[in-house]
Design a protein around this ligand. Structure first.
Ligand code: FES
Ligand code: FES
Length: 164
């Protein structure tokens, strides 16, 4: 079957009932997507499907065949000179020095990026609610909050200029 991930088409072993997280990590080497609970609770495995946050540990391949999947490896863009241009959420996490062990981070970032793409001017309370189901066993919640608030401020500025 065929999957479109980060703008690239992949042919993967047929298995429509297989879960996306295992195909990403074990078959395609996209190990930026992490497995925490493997049961839909922690958010570590969050990716985007058609721009919407989705838990890859609960997602059968059949549900995402032909859809645009984005993993943490595909979130950054490219500047005009070809250099890597981090997504504003990634940059905010770097600036706030958020990670401790880092295991939850790609899920945190993908959740925040998906949410802000649909809600570019949230209140802080809305942001906290949007991130509430992503757990960090290192307890980096204060820095995560600081980073997503900074990223939201950035996305609001972009939105007010009419760009998306
Ligand atoms: S690993 Fe998917 S939600 Fe925890
Ligand atoms: S940084 Fe370790 S689980 Fe979040």
């Amino acid at each position: 079957m065929n999957l479109r991930i980060n703008g690239t088409d992949y042919t993967v072993a047929d298995g429509s009932g297989r879960l996306l997280v295992y195909t990403l990590r074990d078959e395609l080497g996209l190990t930026g997507t992490k497995i925490g609970c493997a049961a839909g609770f922690c958010g570590s495995c969050t990716v985007m499907v058609e721009g919407v946050a989705r838990r890859a540990c609960l997602t059968p391949l059949a549900e995402v065949e032909g859809k645009a999947i984005t993993t943490i490896e595909g979130l950054a863009g490219r500047a005009e000179d070809g250099s890597v241009l981090l997504h504003p959420v990634q940059q905010a996490f770097v600036d706030a020095q958020v990670p401790q062990c880092g295991w939850c981070m790609s899920g945190q970032i993908m959740t925040a990026a998906a949410y802000l793409s649909q809600n570019p001017t949230p209140t802080e309370e809305e942001l906290v609610a949007a991130m509430a189901e992503n757990y960090c066993r290192c307890g980096c919640y204060h820095r995560i909050r600081r980073a997503v608030v900074a990223a939201a401020s950035q996305s609001a500025q972009v939105d007010s200029k009419g760009a998306v």
